[in-house]
Write a protein that binds this ligand. Sequence first.
Ligand SMILES: Nc1ncnc2c1ncn2[C@@H]1O[C@H](COP(=O)(O)OP(=O)(O)O)[C@@H](O)[C@H]1O
Ligand SMILES: [Mg+2]
Ligand SMILES: [Zn+2]
Length: 255
Amino acid sequence: MAKADCKQCAGTGWVTGERDGVSSAIRCSCVAESRAEELEAQSQIPENYRHASFETFHLPHDNPTAQKTLADVMLAVSAYTRAYPDNNKPGLLLVGPPGTGKTHLAVAALRLLLARGYEGIFFDYQNLLERIRAGYSETLGSSSREAYRFALEIEILLLDDLGAHRVTDWVEDTVTSIVTYRCNHRKPLIATTNLTDPDIGGTLLEKTSLPGGHAYRTTLEERVGERARSRLFEMCRVIRMPNVADYRIRPHRHY
Ligand SMILES: Nc1ncnc2c1ncn2[C@@H]1O[C@H](COP(=O)(O)OP(=O)(O)O)[C@@H](O)[C@H]1O
Ligand SMILES: [Mg+2]
Ligand SMILES: [Zn+2]
């Protein structure tokens, strides 16, 4: 759709341009712009991440090691979006502690892809499961059933906070079916999780201030099941976040 008030094409969507030295009608740039705006409006990106981008992602200046690793993470996510859709693995999995910028970077990637005309949707994991469950348990209308269909069919699915939910067989089956379906059809999945995994160097024991000194950390496999975990690793480039301080509780919320 062209923009009705476009000064270049007066809303027709066509301008005169030159192709191989011959003047001809070409698509006005407002057509792609308005598609991108429409895609962003439909993407369900939460308000507080609406402006998340690589430009608004800051690197810590007080810690050279963290700065380097976080810069590498950002470059890897950016390389994924640039190569898209020709990545050797169709998905991206960002793993690491809360507040390290996983959702920020996942949304930054999604927004760039929306701007290029791909269709994508943000789903909070817990919210998605609740909506799918509501669709099963009642003769509810389309909106809840749509959640499941969207999770399967949408071009790009951003699944935020994967595994942040108590485990039931139903949850495990649902997540497995979504991940398996997307994996089989090579449909990209951009996911984030706080859960740990021994295969990506996540320690199962975490130092805590509690008496005893250690707490056991839940693994990805415990929350989503072995099959979903293995499919995720198969389809996603796994990116581990460095252990930087939680951005939310940093003084002035700034590096
Ligand atoms: N390096 C960063 N630069 C700018 N903002 C950041 C950075 N890291 C996190 N934030 C912001 O801090 C908040 C928490 O980050 P978020 O991406 O939600 O963390 P996570 O998903 O890892 O828990 C968000 O508002 C996010 O935009
Ligand atoms: Mg998050
Ligand atoms: Zn135009």
